[in-house]
Design a protein around this ligand. Structure first.
Ligand code: NCD
Length: 304
């Protein structure tokens, strides 16, 4: 039985196959409409979510399956003190596969070790978010036509942003990937992530200024300052509007640069940018459904 804790749980070949499957699902949705008849997905979310949970639910429903679950810890037995290990043992009796989000790093891994059904990490604290990465990779592959030879600016909260950590892990396996890490000093990429980049020999620079590199990027990946991971509100308030991408800054970027964002957006992208054809963050959310359909089929070993 396979779980998905990190994007590295899939080899590059498996990842390519999964993205191809997602591409086929996008083109031929009817072909997959009954692939998961009578199967159930459990969503166990201990932290807020809109896209991840609902795109998982939409994915399972599109496959003909159904969904059970809870959207927050206060409506589940976690509020009574039940452990994740016990909860997953119970969910294993009710469902065929589980997507779990938790504020504590490693919680889905604990669940996976006790589970009788595949567990998907739907975001664990500031650590990893592999299905957002699958979404991001499908977006890049579909809109840029490749996953190699790209210069990617990662901007915002690189310290706590789990989407950034997972995306780096996945992309450094492709040749010709280069990063510009754009963040305030306090929200710099953690040292363990910099060590991963160094060990892989990946080229990257760190900067506080977005303007300097904008004209050279193939992709600008914006992120939200992760308020819930700050120790005090004062630091958050000081950091929250550090970057605001607006039309004036977009004018410095190339015509081909894609603007991505895992969403939710707060202030870091001005609403005026939404109408720019290079802004693809809502399209990105759509790709998240196809790729989660492909992931469910892959982990349940269902061939269509
Ligand atoms: C991200 C997350 O939860 O890490 N959202 C998402 O799943 N699309 C990003 C964020 O919350 O800022």
């Amino acid at each position: 039985m396979r779980h998905l804790m990190s994007p590295l749980d899939l080899s590059v070949e498996e990842l390519d196959r999964l993205l191809d499957l997602a591409g086929d699902i996008e083109k031929n949705p009817d072909k997959y409409a009954h692939a998961c008849d009578r199967k159930k997905l459990a969503t166990a979310f201990y932290e807020p979510s809109t896209r991840t949970r609902l795109s998982f639910e939409a994915a399972m429903i599109n496959l003909g399956g159904s969904v059970i679950g809870f959207p927050s810890d206060d409506v589940s037995s976690a509020a009574k003190g039940e452990s994740v290990a016990d909860t997953i043992r119970v969910l294993s009796c009710y469902a065929d596969i589980c997507a779990m989000r938790h504020p504590k790093e490693g919680a889905p891994m604990v669940a996976a070790s006790r589970s009788k059904i595949p567990v998907i990490n739907a975001g664990d604290g500031g650590h990893q978010h592999p299905t957002q990465t699958l979404t991001d990779l499908l977006t890049i592959k579909s809109l840029k036509g490749r996953l190699d030879n790209l210069k990617i600016g990662l901007c915002g909260d690189l310290k706590f942003g789990r989407t950034v950590h997972s995306l780096i892990n996945a992309l450094i396996r492709y040749p010709g990937i280069e990063f510009v890490m754009i963040s305030p000093e306090e929200l710099r990429l953690p040292s363990y992530m910099r060590e991963i980049l160094d060990a892989a020999g990946v080229k990257y620079v760190e900067t506080e200024r977005m303007e300097d590199s904008l004209g050279t990027l193939d992709i600008l990946y914006m992120t939200r300052v992760q308020r819930e991971r700050f120790f005090n509100e004062e630091d958050y308030v000081r950091m929250k509007d550090f970057y605001i991408l607006d039309n004036e800054k977009m004018a410095m970027a190339s015509e081909e640069m894609l603007v991505m964002h895992p969403l939710p957006r707060v202030n870091e992208i001005a609403v005026e940018v939404d109408d720019d054809p290079r802004a693809v963050y809502f399209q990105q959310a759509q790709y998240g459904v196809y790729v989660r359909m492909a992931l469910i089929l892959t982990l349940l070993e269902i061939e269509v």
